[in-house]
Design a protein around this ligand. Structure first.
Ligand code: NAG
Length: 336
């Protein structure tokens, strides 16, 4: 009898653990399938499906553990990038590359200091001024964050100076900036210079983004919709200077994207940063949230499904000398 009871207990225990393992496996399968439907993802074959499901599971577990711990002022979540490893994500969605012929002294020659005592609002958002176009998407096959960053900054100053918000062409810059290495990377400094050299920049709809570098199609047939005269740098490593600049117009900057950026969903991000600069974004505002956390408001080029409808709030004055993730080290704005 004792023996039978022992057998029963063992059988029950086995069944129970098998059942819970199957349950969690099936809930992962279900979550993955729902996610695939939501973002229209398909895979070429079953081994690719298995591989991606496993990565998805790791990301999902990381996100749930992070959010359940509830220790931070930001949340992570599933998004179109949830079946990529962080290495794959960073490699395919960033694109900062400083051209070898450009010494850093060349790109950092002009820095016009602002008076940091100038009155600026406590909270400021260029979207509320109508100076920011829709969030765009560089896609997963072209490392040209630098072109999107430059264009967003130009769109901002054009609206401020002319009253017209015009969506402008990243593809023009990608094709015509010969100092960059196209989809292999570039920097916004040469993007600004290429706009000057091209005699301006055309509308997005006249020269739409196709996620690959082609030959420059500016041949005088398409009229430029906006002009700039060049750019000016913000004094480096000084978030008060950066604040003054952003209060005047959207500002292009360089950041070190770390692993948690991939799954950022909302809140004031203070998570991991990369070991070196790998991405560029446009700062379109700043503020202080209800908990008193200061933040920078960033427009990214990863589509509207990432972050706060394509935007991120990144912690401001975190104590890092160059700003969180280095975001106050290399900043510049186009001049008109
Ligand atoms: C499955 O698809 C992946 C990705 O396209 C490919 O690398 C791999 O060789 C394919 N495997 C089989 C067994 O066809």
């Amino acid at each position: 009898m004792k023996f039978l009871i022992a057998i029963c207990i063992i059988l029950w225990a086995c069944a129970y653990t098998t059942m819970s393992r199957t349950l969690s496996e099936s809930s992962v399968v279900e979550s993955h399938q729902q996610w695939m439907m939501k973002y229209g993802r398909t895979y070429k074959n079953s081994s690719e499906l298995e591989k991606r499901k496993k990565i998805f599971q790791e990301n999902l577990e990381y996100i749930e553990n992070f959010n359940n711990a509830g220790k931070k002022d930001y949340k992570l979540g599933l998004n179109p990038f949830s079946d990529l490893t962080s290495e794959e994500f960073i490699a395919s969605h960033t694109g900062l590359k400083v051209p070898s012929e450009l010494s850093s002294s060349k790109t950092e020659s002009v820095a016009v200091p602002f008076n940091v005592n100038d009155d600026v609002p406590t909270n400021f958002d260029w979207r509320a001024q109508g100076a920011v176009t829709n969030v765009k998407n560089q896609g997963s096959n072209c490392g040209c964050c630098w072109a999107f960053t430059a264009v967003a900054a130009v769109e901002g100053i054009v609206k401020i100076k002319t009253g017209n918000l015009i969506s402008l062409s990243e593809q023009q810059i990608l094709d015509c900036d010969e100092q960059s290495t196209g989809c292999d990377g570039g920097i916004f400094y040469t993007a600004f210079n290429s706009i000057v050299q091209s005699g301006g920049i055309v509308r997005e709809k006249d020269y739409p983004y196709i996620e690959s570098k082609q030959t420059c199609k500016l041949n005088g047939q398409i009229a430029a919709a906006a002009q700039i005269t060049g750019y000016a740098n913000v004094v480096s490593n000084d978030e008060q200077q950066l604040l003054q600049a952003v209060a005047r117009q959207p500002v292009a900057t360089r950041i070190k994207v770390g692993n948690e950026f991939q799954s950022y969903q909302s809140g004031v991000y203070s998570g991991s940063c990369g070991p070196s600069f790998n991405h560029e974004v446009t700062i379109i505002g700043y503020g202080i949230n209800e908990e008193g956390k200061k933040y920078w408001l960033i427009k990214n080029s990863w589509g509207e499904s990432w972050g706060e409808s394509g935007y991120m709030r990144l912690i401001r004055e975190s104590g890092e000398p160059g700003g969180q993730c280095g975001m106050a080290e290399h900043s510049a704005y186009p001049t008109i």
